[in-house]
Design a protein around this ligand. Structure first.
Ligand code: SAM
Length: 242
């Protein structure tokens, strides 16, 4: 069954965003009596088409979806800015994996800088996030926030139960040293193609954040977040479900 995110709800009607109407009608060619899943504010419903014009499409709620698709562990990915196609890939895959939010960060060796992330680029990231959330049956669209410098991100990192920095030169520490099942809210920080500057790692450590190894091989910037997310969800879920 196809899944959509509604933009607004009025009584038992759910309204799609204007940009999704074409996708609903012309790309997926959903029939008038075909049931679809629609999420709004984290709640899901089975719904069918109610009315349609090229500017507005409403769906009538038939029932509520009880099954949960989200992990109770919220992981936020603080991802150093990397080249455009790699960033697109990371956003798409991280959202398929279940990430709660993505914060693009400028680190010393980021080739792409905060100033390069103009409105159009951010909109592109958000569109990738939305498509990935629809495809992977997420219950909400994870946020992709404005790019910020690592120094700005440090302030936000304080709000998490655990902050793990994937650092290629870390030799000892790994996620095996943490009880992930105990955590609710984890931030992971991943470096750019050229890696972190040692000064950045030292600075983050002063705040009490930990660097971890992902193993002895050096992973590409776009592989590292996916590998780390896989490890964390595995540790948290155990059973492999949710
Ligand atoms: N230029 C660096 C080098 O050659 O040593 C490699 C950087 S790597 C391509 C990009 C980022 O992925 C790193 O900054 C780190 O966050 C993460 N990463 C890759 N391999 C890792 C590993 N084995 N352990 C921890 N983090 C890793």
């Amino acid at each position: 069954m196809h899944r959509f995110f509604a933009e607004k709800r009025a009584e038992n009607l759910l309204y799609l965003a204007k940009e999704d109407i074409k996708h609903f009608k012309d790309v997926l060619r959903i029939k008038d009596d075909e049931e679809v899943e629609v999420y709004i504010d984290g709640a899901g419903y089975i719904a069918v088409l109610n009315s349609y014009t090229k500017d507005e499409l409403s769906l009538k709620i038939i029932s509520e979806i009880k099954e949960k698709y989200e992990s109770e562990l919220k992981i936020s990915l603080f991802q150093s800015l990397v080249k455009s196609d790699k960033m697109d890939f990371i956003i798409q895959k991280a959202i398929e994996m279940g990430v709660y939010s993505i914060v693009p960060i400028e680190t010393k060796r980021s080739i792409v800088k905060k100033k390069d992330i103009k409105d159009k680029k951010l909109e592109r990231y958000k569109n990738i996030a939305k498509a990935a959330a629809m495809q992977s049956k997420r219950e909400f669209i994870p946020s992709v926030s404005d790019a910020m410098k690592l120094s700005e991100a440090k302030e936000i990192l304080d709000d998490f139960d655990l902050v793990l920095i994937a650092y290629e030169d870390e030799l000892d520490n790994s996620i095996k040293n943490y009880d992930i099942k105990d955590k609710k809210n984890i931030a992971i920080v991943v470096g750019p193609e050229g890696g972190f500057d040692i000064g950045e790692i030292d600075e983050l450590k002063k705040f009490g954040y930990k660097s971890i190894s992902l193993g002895k091989r050096i992973l590409r910037a776009e592989t590292a977040p996916i590998a780390l997310l896989t490890m964390l969800y595995y540790e948290f879920n155990g059973s492999g479900l949710l």
